[in-house]
Ligand binder design. Structure first.
Ligand SMILES: Cc1cc2nc3c(=O)[nH]c(=O)nc-3n(C[C@H](O)[C@H](O)[C@H](O)COP(=O)(O)O)c2cc1C
Ligand code: SF4
Ligand code: SF4
Length: 244
């Protein structure tokens, strides 16, 4: 059983590739949060796959693990953090949170993939993006094989200095006031449907952010068919991205 959170498909792809290799199933953390499903029994391997946000974990993943009740007879537990550059403290946070729930992590991995934080990173060059995903595919295959063999140990970085310091920025980044919608919006409602924390409502044919803070996953920005949602001045130049 592999639990994953994914706004733009990177972590979902990793979870699915590992599930295929190990013959287990994937469980979407977003669906669990939306349907209040937190009780699980598993006799298979257990995994957690998450993006890195501000060198730490998305609030959705923290919320899910805090509510999780997992009964498992299988002793092998792994985590994978996907990232654009560095995972910082994400894997350590995950390990500590799971330990608090009585779940001991046996193996930790990371994969570098296209960086969906487009207020800073430019994903407009599709060839460059393909190249990053090509390299990632090789690493994902290797991780899936290692998990299949029940390899143990921390294959992510060791303790990163300043990780907790950078993670503090996430709180301010989560303000929905930084998101905007342009006249290109056609009112299709996809952004509201996909939002993992139900922060968007469609009112008079346009998205309205009804919560002061969200997970800031940028799923609404990247999935919008009209590229009508932006965050600041750079995202319009840096393109949209969803893992194929
Ligand atoms: C709010 C936010 C913060 C991010 N912070 C980091 C970071 O600190 N380090 C990093 O390497 N990548 C960072 N990223 C990039 C994502 O971790 C990376 O692109 C991930 O693979 C996206 O996963 P997904 O497609 O499954 O949502 C960030 C992305 C977002 C949206
Ligand atoms: S997904 Fe885009 S076009 Fe559809 S309602 Fe949201 S902002 Fe408008
Ligand atoms: S409002 Fe957009 S950025 Fe915020 S959590 Fe929802 S989908 Fe993600």
């Amino acid at each position: 059983m592999i639990f994953y959170f994914s706004a733009t498909g990177n972590s979902k792809c990793v979870a699915e590739r590992i599930a295929e290799r190990t013959g287990t199933k994937t469980v979407s953390i977003t669906d669990c949060l939306k349907n209040s499903k937190f009780d699980f029994v598993s006799n298979e391997i257990v995994g957690f796959v998450t993006p890195t946000y501000s060198w730490g974990l998305p609030v959705t993943v923290i919320d899910f693990i805090n509510k999780l009740s997992l009964k498992s007879n299988n002793p092998y537990v792994f985590t994978v953090a996907t990232c654009g550059t560095l995972t910082g403290g994400a894997s350590r946070m995950l390990r500590c949170l799971l330990k608090e729930k009585g779940i001991t992590v046996n193996a930790q991995f990371y994969v570098r993939m296209p960086d969906t934080w487009t207020p800073v990173f430019d994903l407009s060059d599709k060839k460059k993006v393909e190249k990053i995903n090509g390299k990632a595919a090789v690493k994902i295959r290797s991780i899936a094989n290692q998990i299949h063999r029940r390899v143990k140990g921390n294959r992510d970085y060791g303790r990163m200095p300043f990780a907790d310091y950078f993670y503090k920025d996430y709180e301010a980044m989560r303000n929905t006031g930084s998101l905007s919608v342009s006249e290109k919006c056609v009112g299709c409602g996809l952004c509201a449907k996909l939002c993992p924390v139900e922060a968007i409502e469609i009112q008079n044919g346009k998205p309205v952010w009804v919560k002061e803070k969200c997970a800031m996953c940028l799923g609404c920005l990247h999935h919008c068919p009209e590229f009508a949602i932006q965050r600041g001045s750079k995202t319009a130049l840096h393109g949209q991205y969803v893992h194929k």
